[in-house]
Ligand binder design. Structure first.
Ligand SMILES: [Mg+2]
Length: 257
């Protein structure tokens, strides 16, 4: 049975863009969503950038959408912290994507006895910052990380990502972080709340079985797996779960909007 789809969530890298270039069909898919007035969000586990930064980067690749249609793991983390301890405090390791989100959620950034240590993605991890985080967690601050990805892509090869640095801090403190980003279904549920959508008639489009598809399933969404990213057709059968639909690319979804 195929449910009518009223709202859409879609992953960004490997679905809409690849190495800064739009994947064929992606501009048309987003344009179709906007023309139809469908509630939608573009999701990313990347917590480096603000939605404004990401909107500009997508526009450069030919995909036009308002920044309000972008939902990052940093925004979901800030929302989660606001829901847990409104007006709290955090020591944050990350870039503008994270610190701006925390500020806008009413959080104070401090090195002095914060409610949380929040770890996000950055390209400038410092021994000093990591030492500070370890000491604060040892002192009782709660440990949150934006996303569990252990590596990220670059043209020169893999880069260590949030999950890898979190493992370092976990090793030194004996405390595991709570990850808000994919595959945690809270990332998808917070996205649904953001656009007033309901799981039973919302679809999630992604390129990864172990994040987009499993998280989408756990959030109760219809899932579409596309083959333009990290998953090959022969990989799909190896998982104990399966997407609702498998498509070659986002171009095959334009007519479903
Ligand atoms: Mg992806």
């Amino acid at each position: 049975m195929t449910r009518p789809i009223a709202a859409w969530l879609t992953d960004m890298d490997g679905v809409l863009v690849h190495e800064g270039h739009a994947i064929p069909g992606a501009p048309e898919f987003i344009a179709a969503l906007r023309d139809a007035g469908r509630p939608f969000l573009v999701l990313t586990n990347n917590s480096i950038f603000t939605p404004r930064d990401l909107r500009a980067r997508l526009a450069t690749s030919g995909i036009e959408l308002p920044e309000e249609n972008i939902w990052t793991s940093a925004l979901a983390t800030a929302q989660f912290l606001h829901d847990q301890i409104p007006g709290g405090s955090a020591y944050a390791i990350g870039e503008a994507g994270l610190t701006t989100a925390l500020h806008e959620a009413g959080y104070t950034l401090t090195e002095s006895d914060p409610d949380y240590v929040v770890l996000g993605e950055t390209r400038t991890y410092s021994f000093e910052q990591i030492t500070k985080a370890i000491r604060l967690i040892k002192g009782g601050s709660r440990f949150i990380a934006t996303n569990p990805d252990t590596t990220g892509p670059s043209l020169e090869g893999p880069l260590p990502a949030t999950g890898a640095v979190a493992a370092l801090i976990q090793s030194a403190t004996g405390r595991a972080p709570y990850y808000v980003g994919k595959p945690n279904p809270i990332l998808f549920r917070s996205a649904l709340n953001r656009i007033g959508a309901h799981s039973e008639d919302t679809a999630m489009v992604g390129d990864r079985m172990d994040t987009d598809v499993v998280g989408g399933i756990e959030a109760g969404l219809t899932t579409f797996l596309v083959m333009t990213g990290s998953t090959r057709p022969q990989d799909v059968e190896k998982y104990p779960f399966r997407p609702s639909h498998v498509k070659d690319s986002i171009a095959d979804l334009v007519a479903l909007v």
